[in-house]
Write a new protein. Structure first.
Length: 171
């Protein structure tokens, strides 16, 4: 992207290139939570988070799946703004949807060791006991009970067919 940053006396325009920082969490990492419900955010994900300039995370149960979602605070704010812009404040149902979406969250900060606490009610919501899997989903991170991740996967054939249909529809 290019942007105009200033003009000199000769009406020349200076252009500089600025980079939009986008976080990309990729891969999956198995981990454990301790008896207090704390988990270490994997180092590869911590580096991406720090590179994006975020220090805090927002935790929410996924809307569709039995997992938890970690949003970097900046990504969460973008999601909230996008949702709010589509909703009418004077529509009762839309207000209820927004209220439920934003009220069922926890703001998290990593401690000095890179750990964060998953509140017990979230552990119950996602059926998490001890073994977990972090799955990078681009700009968010999902946290799954390790035993639940296999149940949610498509077979290789189903995945191939779904991907083919999705990519074909883009042509």
């Amino acid at each position: 992207m290019w942007g105009i940053v200033g003009k000199n006396d000769y009406l020349c325009t200076q252009l500089i290139q600025y980079k939009e920082v986008r976080m990309r969490f990729l891969g999956n990492i198995e981990a454990k939570i301790d008896t207090k419900g704390r988990a270490f955010l994997p180092a590869t994900f911590r580096k991406v988070l720090q590179g994006g300039g975020d220090e805090r995370l927002v935790l929410r149960k996924d809307v569709f799946q039995t997992c938890l979602v970690l949003y970097p605070e900046s990504v969460w704010n973008e999601q909230m703004d996008a949702m709010r812009s589509r909703l009418n404040r004077w529509n009762k149902q839309q207000q209820q949807v927004f209220r439920q979406f934003v009220s069922e969250v926890e703001l998290l900060t990593l401690d000095g060791n890179g750990r964060f606490l998953i509140p017990k009610r979230y552990l119950r919501m996602a059926s998490i006991e001890q073994d977990i899997k972090f799955i990078g989903m681009g700009d968010t991170i999902e946290i799954w009970s390790n035993s639940k991740t296999e149940e949610q996967q498509m077979t290789p054939e189903e995945f191939g067919q779904a991907l083919e249909e999705l990519m074909r529809s883009e042509e």
